[in-house]
Design a protein around this ligand. Sequence first.
Ligand code: DC
Length: 216
Amino acid sequence: MKRSIVIAIDGTSASGKSTNAKLVAKAFDFVYADTGAMYRTLAWHCLQKKVDVHDPKAVAALCRRWKTSLECVGGSIRLLVDGYFPEREIRTAETSAAVPHVAAVPQVRDWMKKKQRECVRFGNLVMEGRDIGSNVFPDTEFKFYLDASLDERSRRRAAEGVQENLAARDQRDSQRATAPLMIPLGAIVINNSRMTAAETSGTIIEEIKKRLPETR
Ligand code: DC
């Protein structure tokens, strides 16, 4: 069987990962996977079940018991809670505050890594996150790392109506012991502070085409 191609897009918060990953997936007709949404779904599940997200053992136990499934709808992969995808709920301030704690639990990261690797069964993938090129698919030759200045990223979040301390979030994501946010070995780094999404995704698409001759 032909191996699925995986495009890994990692980077800081509000660096444009989702927008660009979706544009790249569309350009190649690949499936899109937002791994941040997967961690958010588990965080929401913890909140629903009244599991203290500051208690790693309790979070790991809930994750172990979680009878979830992966589904691919309209070209996007997601995890379900009792057959339901909490699309809006995972974006609330409450879930956003809970998710870094859940994402720092080593057993959760191992569990997520397995689930994220399973996503290749849906076909060629564009997967965005913090540790995709460094930890989930370290062997892929398609690795990108997006960043932008803190000012620009804060401005983007504010334009979405979200006030968030991005510096604190990046620090937590970069300093956790297990699979921290980092520039993966071999990744192409794009600072898009002064770039539009069309320019950023265009740069990524060109780089992919250079290595995927059959798509040219
Ligand atoms: O990208 P996002 O804001 O939806 O991510 C939510 C949280 O999950 C954020 O704190 C970083 C974390 N995360 C992670 O640790 N590893 C990933 N692969 C994706 C997200």
